[in-house]
Design a protein around this ligand. Structure first.
Ligand code: 13P
Length: 244
C-alpha cells in the first residue's frame, strides 16, 4: 500500500509575505496524503518553521548540487538543505534540464548526493512535445531512468519518489489524460524492478483541484507535483484532499 504524496513546487515565485500568508492559510486537517512544500531556497527555514508548528507537511528543496562542498558559487549542497530541515529535494526538473543544461548523468549524480545525505529525491522525468509527437515518450523516460539506474543499486529506489512530468503539460493548462499518464506510470514502475511496486510515482503538469481526482483514481498515480496551483493555499489543499 503506497501512501499518496502531493508536493508543491513554487518554482521562483513568492516572497516572505507570500510564504507567511500561504502557511497561515494552508488547512490540511483531513488530508491523508503526505504533503511536501518546496519553496525557493531563501524561504526554506521559514517553511520548515511553519511545518513544525502545523505538523501537517514536510519541506523540500527544488534543486541541489551534486558536490558536497567547495568552490561552486551559487550552488547549495544536500547538507545545507538538511540544515534548513528539508526532507525532500526535487532533482532533474524539466526546467533545470531544459533551461540550465542539466544532463541525465548530472541529474543521476544529484540523486545519489541527495540520498547520501538522507534526503529523499523527487526525480522528475518526462518528454517534450516534439518527443511525444515522434512517439518517443517511453524511450525518453526510459533513458532518463537508465542514467540513474546506472549509478544506484535497485534497492535505492525505495527511498525515492519519481515524478512523471510531460514537458508539454507544464504550465500550459494541458494535462495528459488520466489513461495516458497511467500508461507511462505503469511503464516507469516496471523499469525499477521488483522494488518499483513500493515507489511513489507522482504526476505533474497543470494539476489542480478540478482534475486531480481523475488522475489519482489511476492505479499507478500516487500523487502529484504541483506548480501553478500550489501558489494558492486553498487550491493546493484541494489537490491534497483529492489524494486518498
Ligand atoms: P504546473 O502545475 O504549473 O503545470 O507545473 C508543474 C511542475 O512543473 C511541477 O514541478
Amino acid at each position: 500500500m503506497r501512501i499518496s504524496l502531493v508536493a508543491a513546487n513554487w518554482k521562483m515565485n513568492g516572497n516572505r509575505a507570500f510564504a507567511e500568508r500561504f502557511f497561515t492559510d494552508l488547512e490540511l486537517g483531513d488530508v491523508s496524503a503526505d504533503v511536501v512544500v518546496c519553496p525557493p531556497f531563501p524561504y526554506l527555514s521559514q517553511a520548515a518553521q511553519a511545518a513544525e508548528k502545523k505538523g501537517s507537511f514536510k519541506v523540500g528543496g527544488q534543486n541541489l548540487s551534486h558536490e558536497p562542498d567547495g568552490a561552486f558559487t551559487g550552488e547549495v549542497s544536500a547538507r545545507m538543505l538538511l540544515d534548513c530541515d528539508a526532507r525532500y529535494v526535487i532533482v532533474g526538473h524539466s526546467e533545470r534540464r531544459g533551461l540550465y543544461g542539466e544532463t541525465s548523468e548530472l541529474v543521476a549524480k544529484k540523486f545519489v548526493a541527495a540520498q547520501a545525505a538522507n534526503l529523499i529525491p523527487i526525480l522528475c522525468v518526462g518528454e517534450t512535445l516534439q518527443e511525444r509527437d515522434q512517439g518517443r515518450t517511453l524511450e525518453v523516460v526510459a533513458s532518463q531512468l537508465q542514467a540513474v539506474k546506472a549509478v544506484i543499486e535497485e534497492k535505492a529506489w525505495e527511498c525515492s519518489v519519481v515524478a512523471y512530468e510531460p514537458v508539454w503539460a507544464i504550465g500550459t493548462g494541458k494535462t495528459a489524460s488520466p489513461e495516458e499518464a497511467q500508461n507511462v506510470h505503469k511503464f516507469i514502475r516496471t523499469q525499477m524492478g521488483d522494488v518499483g511496486l513500493t515507489v511513489r510515482i507522482l504526476y505533474g503538469g497543470s494539476v489542480k483541484s478540478a482534475n486531480a481526482s481523475a488522475l489519482f483514481a489511476q492505479a499507478d498515480i500516487d500523487g502529484a507535483l504541483v506548480g501553478g496551483a500550489s501558489l494558492d493555499a486553498k487550491e493546493f489543499a484541494g489537490v491534497c484532499r483529492a489524494a486518498v
